[in-house]
Design a protein around this ligand. Structure first.
Ligand SMILES: Cc1cc2nc3c(=O)[nH]c(=O)nc-3n(C[C@H](O)[C@H](O)[C@H](O)COP(=O)(O)O)c2cc1C
Length: 323
């Protein structure tokens, strides 16, 4: 029984605040260990983490740890606080296990997240690695975007294990244009090597093979440390009643996401060596987690599974791998 699936998405979104805050009250224990992993000195008790967007401001870190996730990606964090896009920003289809959103990086801003993470319970009793996903404010022009990312990186670097550079949300106008070859080169040149934490790039699933190859090669050559594959898609399977704007995730993204993972590994070839690849998109069962690892992902993340399967997904996955 999943009673939260009967609640309209708009209310569920507000209620998730209460849900997430209270999970931590009734689920306890250590982070389950399975396929433990070490990368660049960062220890992962297990390979399954929380995707960007679940905890945009770091408000639920303790609760998310108590679920048993092996790492957290919080954010997207922007330099200044901002509201969501106007109108309806989220919907879901319980039959197709699909989610639609056009949130547009609503958040409390980098200064707030810095304060949350500086709280001693997050630093002294840190249970998992914390990745911080960063973006630009919607009022910042693309030409100046690197300044927003640099601001977040500089402010949050002592508190993050790694950064995820988000230039792939479909919900901030023209953001994805930064993935185009020249723009990407100019943009990344300003960021790589500016602080000591690893930098990953989160990619759109809506790129051609040639575009993917350009993005991977350009970013690998400039010294990016890994990739998160992938963000939500603007494509729609026939029959899903979602608006054409915004991004879709959940089950209909799974095949697209697997295809991009396989392609990325084959395009990168030896350049993959010590880089990190995180697969996200349509992972809804423990078997799906295994499949992504078998395909070559180092780590896996979920968003939709938390909605359609619920808070015990991490423990369920741990049992699957440990039996
Ligand atoms: C409501 C919602 C909000 C999201 N917000 C963000 C975000 O702020 N930053 C980000 O990088 N990805 C965001 N995502 C994308 C997820 O991190 C993930 O890439 C995508 O949902 C695919 O995973 P899934 O099929 O497990 O949901 C969001 C997704 C959803 C459904």
């Amino acid at each position: 029984m999943k009673p939260w699936l009967w609640i309209p998405p708009k209310w569920a979104h507000n209620l998730s605040d209460i849900f997430l805050k209270s999970y931590g009250q009734f689920i306890h224990g250590e982070i389950p260990k399975w396929r433990s992993f070490r990368w660049r000195g960062i220890e992962f008790a297990n390979r399954l983490g929380i995707a960007g967007g679940v905890d945009k401001n770091g408000d639920y870190i303790d609760s998310l740890w108590s679920l048993g996730s092996g790492f957290l990606e919080i954010g997207t964090v922007t330099p200044r606080p901002q509201d969501p896009n106007p109108g309806k920003v989220m919907d879901r289809d319980n039959k197709e296990l699909a989610i639609w959103n056009k949130m547009g990086f609503p958040g409390k801003g980098a200064d707030y997240v810095q304060k949350i993470l500086e709280n001693s319970s997050k630093t002294e009793n840190k249970k998992t690695p914390i990745f911080i996903n960063i973006g630009k404010n919607r009022s910042t022009r693309n030409e100046d975007a690197y300044q927003d990312y640099l601001y977040c990186m500089t402010k949050l670097s002592p508190l993050a294990d790694a950064f995820v550079i988000n230039i792939s949300s479909p919900n901030t106008k023209d953001l994805r244009k930064i993935q185009e070859q020249d723009a990407l080169h100019q943009f990344l040149k300003q960021l790589v090597g500016k602080q000591r934490k690893p930098l990953l790039l989160k990619l759109s699933p809506d790129v051609t093979e040639v575009e993917l190859s350009n993005i991977l090669n350009t970013s690998a050559d400039l010294g990016i440390d890994g990739w998160v594959l992938n963000n939500t898609t603007v494509s729609r399977p026939p029959g899903l009643p979602f608006p054409s704007e915004g991004g879709m995730s959940g089950r209909p993204l799974a095949e697209i996401s697997k295809r991009q993972l396989k392609l990325a590994i084959s395009i990168l070839g030896p350049k993959r060596r010590d880089k990190l690849i995180i697969s996200v998109g349509g992972v809804l069962t423990p078997e799906n987690v295994k499949e992504r690892l078998d395909l070559g992902a180092d780590l896996v993340e979920v968003y939709a599974a938390l909605i359609f399967d619920g808070p015990f997904f991490f423990k369920k996955t741990a049992s699957y791998f440990n039996t």
